[in-house]
Write a protein that binds this ligand. Structure first.
Ligand SMILES: Cc1ncc(COP(=O)(O)O)c(C=O)c1O
Length: 259
């Protein structure tokens, strides 16, 4: 989002009594509040800008305030619906990346007609469609699956962040997503991009954990690393925590030697 749009949103937000960090709108680990979504929809409507809402992590919400979908917002406020498009996929919250099933939901007939024509380049097989339709039509299954998934994500998130806190590693507060941001400031020898990349190489090659440096997401603050906490079993998580603890101990010993 450009600085100009950020400023315009700030003005509109203040006018409606909402103070928001607009960058959070891109952050899948933080659920966007209803008031913020209302401001965004009013804003794009006023400026005649198309809104593409990527709701791929919709069902990964594991804590309050809960996920709010854009269709709920446009029921509440007047807007030109031709500007509203939603993309979704079963890859994340249903855990089906291999099935390659994605959805474009648009209120704009020209957009849906175009998407329908384009879909011939990446059709989902009829067998897959049949299986997915049977699964999604089973309301009881879907409800149970999503509730269980949220319960497991919350539990794992708590265990992992507590384990990290024991070795002095903080994490960005979050309530959704399959990943979270950990703060590796205590392991950075200096706050430069080079040191962040050097630490990342140590974690990948020596500690053998797959994390991503914030700079690869254009994060302006050095020290944040992205970790997936949902794709492993409890024992693998314990191994990861042991390795991180060992890395911290080595770093502490090195710093003690230097001082
Ligand atoms: C925000 C977001 N949107 C879309 C995708 C694409 O998902 P897929 O192509 O696996 O359905 C991803 C995958 O990482 C994602 O994180």
């Amino acid at each position: 989002m450009s600085r100009e749009i950020d400023n315009d949103l700030d003005v509109l937000g203040r006018r409606n009594g909402v103070q928001s960090n607009w960058q959070d709108v891109y952050e899948p680990s933080k659920l966007v509040a209803r008031e913020t979504l209302r401001i965004i929809v009013s804003f794009i409507n006023e400026k005649n800008i198309h809104l593409v809402a990527d709701e791929i992590y919709a069902a990964t919400a594991f804590n309050q305030p809960g996920f709010i979908s854009i269709p709920e917002i446009i029921e509440e406020i007047d807007c030109n619906r031709d500007l509203i498009h939603i993309v979704y996929s079963l890859s994340k919250d249903m855990g089906f990346p291999g099935f390659r099933v994605g959805i474009v939901y648009s209120y704009n007939d020209a957009m849906t007609s175009c998407a329908r024509k384009m879909s011939s380049f990446g059709l989902v097989s009829t067998q897959t469609q049949h299986m997915i339709a049977s699964m999604l039509l089973d309301d009881i299954f879907v409800e149970k699956f999503i509730a269980k998934s949220a319960e497991r994500l919350a539990k794992r998130h708590e265990l992992f962040t507590k384990g990290l806190a024991q070795v002095g590693i903080g994490s960005l507060k979050s309530n959704a997503w399959l990943f979270f941001w950990i703060d590796l400031r205590r392991l950075l020898e200096d706050s430069t991009f080079e040191f962040e990349m050097a630490l990342w190489r140590v974690i990948i090659h020596d500690v053998k954990l797959n994390v991503s440096p914030g700079s690869s997401f254009h994060c302006s603050e050095l020290r944040w690393f992205n970790v997936c906490f949902a794709n492993m079993d409890d024992e693998t998580m314990r191994v990861a925590l042991r390795r991180i603890r060992r890395l911290c101990d080595c770093q502490d010993a090195m710093l003690a030697k230097q001082s």
